[in-house]
Design a protein around this ligand. Structure first.
Ligand code: PLP
Length: 431
């Protein structure tokens, strides 16, 4: 379209699609189909053997979904995207594309609870061990690495701690060993750019900001196309040895005619084919509607959250505030370096009145929704000690950054005066 790279704001509206060639329709159509007719047996054989790329069956790929994949990959500066049915599926496949039974990954301790469970229990039951380390000490990733380590994993802006991950430092350590860094960027789309700092793979729960409307569960894995999987073949056997499940394909070889997408190719043609967590074309369409306004929404989310932090700073009943702008030293440096586009919509605070105050606060909110979600256009709130973190003991809760009086907000796009008025009346009730 242009002879220079387009900005993410422009790509959010244009990448991956330009008017339907047969009807002129401007909006992407919903290709609500399971299958695609082959021209003849030669065409079918070429598609199955990956000599030609094209549509076979919607579990493996769909034209509406492909627009979403191409758009997000372009916005991130990546080589290929694979849409999945949920963020959970995206995290699982992102790891399983590289790690098999007997292998391990090294992960940050600061994870969404669902990801923690997946790694600590479900993947462990499948023979994949996760070694959890403190992300503020990047060398801990090196210390936990052995010859069976296949990937590093971290979240850009993990909640509830909201301490930004030192992406470049961890990615650089991984590169020395031939180990890619997978970054879950769910809480920081557009405001953080993990590929610019050496991350190899980005994972999203598109359920959150990417959609923004709260109508559709979805996930995405984006291959940065920037990692040399063949440089250290023994480190990445899943991509460098013949795959018996696909005609003995060696994915680093098979990808050569297509581009630097060996990882994406294995994820789609093996994991998605065999495990089947495909995004529905309807949800892909819904998520595309969200992406179009993502740049505007992220800017407003960040601005409203900063104003909420200002308001909370003046409240007597607030003991402490958790937000990147309130951090000091290395944490603030990392926040400024890795979140140049703003600090996101998540704000945490601790009420002096402990659990009773936290519960009263949540129960009195009128505008904020009380939900276990983040990144909706509407403002959302939760009391983690009685919900998302209730299975943990008091000490584990504190280690996770959750005290009894802790409240998490995902600040939405309403007028800031209405947001603050709702917080104020709940604050009065919680006193
Ligand atoms: N990653 C993060 C950071 C999340 O917050 C979530 C969900 O809350 C997920 C992954 C899982 O995504 P989903 O709910 O779409 O499966």
């Amino acid at each position: 379209m242009a002879d220079r790279p387009l900005h993410p704001e422009t790509l959010a509206l244009h990448a991956g699609w330009r008017a339907d060639p047969s009807t002129g329709a401007v909006a992407p159509p919903i290709y609500q189909t399971t299958s695609y007719q082959f021209r003849d047996t030669g065409h079918a054989a070429d598609l199955f053997a990956l000599r030609e790329l094209g549509n076979i069956y919607t579990r493996i790929g769909n034209p509406t979904t492909a627009i979403l994949e191409d758009r997000l990959a372009a916005m991130e500066g990546g080589a290929a995207g694979i849409a999945l049915a949920s963020g959970q599926a995206a995290s699982a496949y992102a790891v399983q594309t590289l790690a098999r039974a007997g292998d391990n990954i090294v992960s940050s301790t600061d994870l969404y609870g669902g990801t923690y469970n997946l790694f600590a229990n479900t993947l462990r039951d499948q023979g994949i061990e996760t070694r959890f380390v403190d992300p503020t000490d990047p060398d801990a990733f090196a210390r936990a690495t052995d010859e069976r380590t296949r990937a590093y994993y971290a979240e850009t802006l993990p909640n509830p701690k909201l301490v930004v991950c030192p992406i470049a430092e961890i990615a650089a350590i991984g590169k020395q060993f031939g180990i890619p860094l997978i970054v879950d960027n769910t809480a920081a789309p557009l405001i953080a750019r993990p590929f610019d700092h050496g991350a190899a793979i980005i994972v999203y729960s598109t359920t959150k900001y990417i959609g923004g409307h709260g109508t559709s569960i979805g996930g995405m894995v984006i291959d940065g196309g920037n990692f040399d999987w063949a440089a250290n073949p023994a480190r990445q056997p899943a991509l460098n040895t013949p795959d018996p499940s696909y005609h003995g394909a060696i994915w680093t070889e098979a990808a050569k005619p297509i581009g630097p997408v060996a990882y994406a190719l294995r994820l789609r043609t093996v994991l998605l084919r065999d495990l089947g967590a495909a995004l529905s074309p309807f949800n892909a369409f819904q998520l595309l509607q969200g992406v179009e306004t993502l740049p505007l929404r992220m800017a407003r989310h960040c601005q409203n959250a900063l104003e909420v932090v200002d308001y909370l700073a003046g409240c007597d009943s607030v003991a402490s505030i958790v937000h990147p702008s309130r951090q000091k030293g290395q944490a603030l440096e990392n926040a400024t370096r890795y979140l140049p586009g703003g600090f996101g919509s998540l704000v945490g605070f601790e009420l002096k009145g402990g659990r009773a105050a936290g519960e009263r606060f949540i129960n009195t909110l009128q505008l904020f929704y009380h939900v276990a979600n983040i990144g909706d256009a509407r403002s959302l709130a939760i009391h983690p000690a009685s919900t998302t973190h209730s299975q943990l003991g008091p000490e584990e809760q504190l280690a996770a950054g959750v005290s009894e009086g802790y409240v998490r907000l995902s600040v939405g796009l309403e007028h800031i005066d209405d947001i603050v008025a709702d917080l104020q009346q709940a604050m009065d009730a919680a006193r």
